[in-house]
Ligand binder design. Structure first.
Ligand SMILES: NC(=O)c1ccc[n+]([C@@H]2O[C@H](COP(=O)([O-])OP(=O)(O)OC[C@H]3O[C@@H](n4cnc5c(N)ncnc54)[C@H](O)[C@@H]3O)[C@@H](O)[C@H]2O)c1
Length: 317
């Protein structure tokens, strides 16, 4: 079975490529390397360095493909506020192009990287898939728009689809070519930033007066290896004309200070931090209800925050 991995040179996509390859899947990658890294493409993998915005690149990448895992896209919340048109173009129009080319190539299966950002400020914690969707930034709006587009496509064209709404993805995977890990620039994710914190450039804690036990925001972190395991289960679950949506998190929350404590333990000294004002649009607590994925996909995440921190730290060496 050949899988097209869009965004296969990025953080999560490259991890998917590695795990799928080790399980015996044949892989094609479509990636323009705008935030990914061509050096993580393994030998023996078909790599089309091209864009979702170029339909002939997509058509070339789809040759002999049985299913698509669609990771490619723009994913920085702050950047999406500054450049909403870019986010609409790459994420929404790019996915429209992909779905149109899939139709031409008779590829009917897709697993899509959606996001918890589709929910916005939650009215219930933990957040189930049935929660209301009110994204608070253009990035979340593009992910919600794509989920709706895929739902329509599934009803009208009979495609088999799953959207996976990730919470915070963390950790790394050791491969025979070294660690596959977060190499975002700028890095906006907490765990790598906490681990890189120095006295000269301490990690910022945005708000210490949230209505949580230690006053800092609580988020749900899922290890990238557990996340890819869910993708494979989702792929195996695809059913004709059905679009399912699943949350992927750990079902547990960790405060910023708890993440800092885990990082301090891993490094062996206190991580320097600096208290900063709250950021606009940050909800106090985001925790996934992952029961649907547990029950319907048989997926159980097993890696805890200490492992996510330790693997990220090891990937720096
Ligand atoms: N990292 C997280 O915590 C998280 C959380 C929720 C959702 N997601 C989603 O998961 C997916 C992967 O995230 P990531 O952290 O690996 O990001 P990433 O930036 O490392 O990977 C995205 C990949 O898409 C590629 N890409 C961007 N525009 C493209 C285009 N026009 N054509 C072809 N390729 C293009 C980039 O070069 C990159 O390799 C994204 O869709 C993101 O929105 C990530």
């Amino acid at each position: 079975m050949r899988i097209l991995v869009t965004g296969g040179t990025g953080y999560i996509g490259s991890t998917a490529v590695e795990i799928l390859r080790n399980k015996g899947y044949e892989i094609s990658i479509l990636d323009d390397c705008s935030t990914g890294h061509a050096d993580c493409v393994p030998t023996g993998v078909r790599f089309i360095q091209g864009s979702l915005l170029n339909r002939s690149d997509i058509a070339a990448a789809l040759q002999d493909t049985d299913a698509v895992m669609h990771f490619a896209g723009k994913s920085l919340v702050g950047e999406s506020v500054e450049k909403p048109d870019l986010y609409h173009s790459v994420n929404v129009n790019g996915t429209r192009n992909l779905l149109d080319e899939m139709k031409i190539a008779s590829v009917t299966k897709i697993v899509f990287s959606s996001s918890a950002a589709t929910y916005g400020e939650p009215d219930v914690i933990p957040i189930p898939e049935s929660a209301s969707t009110n994204p608070t930034n253009p990035y979340g709006a593009t992910k919600l728009g794509i989920d709706s587009m895929i739902s329509r496509e599934s009803k009208e064209q009979g495609i088999s689809a799953v959207s996976l709404r990730y919470f915070n993805v963390a950790g790394a995977l050791k491969s025979d070519r070294g660690w596959l890990a977060e190499r975002h620039n700028p890095e906006t994710h907490l765990i790598p930033n906490v681990l890189r914190s120095t006295q000269a450039n301490p990690v910022k804690i945005f708000g210490n007066d949230w209505p949580t036990a230690d006053g800092t925001c609580i988020r749900d972190y899922v290890h990238v290896i557990d996340l890819i395991d869910a993708h494979i289960k989702a792929l195996e679950s695809l059913a004709e004309g059905i679009h399912e949506i699943y949350n992927l998190g750990s079902g547990d929350g960790y405060s910023v200070r708890q993440v800092v404590a885990a990082a301090s333990l891993a490094i062996g000294h206190e991580v320097p931090t600096i208290d900063s004002p709250r950021r606009a649009g940050d909800p106090a607590i985001l925790i996934a209800d992952i029961n649907k994925a547990k029950v319907q996909l048989g997926w159980v995440p097993t890696r805890r925050i200490n492992e996510m921190v330790a693997d990220t730290l090891a990937s720096f060496a």
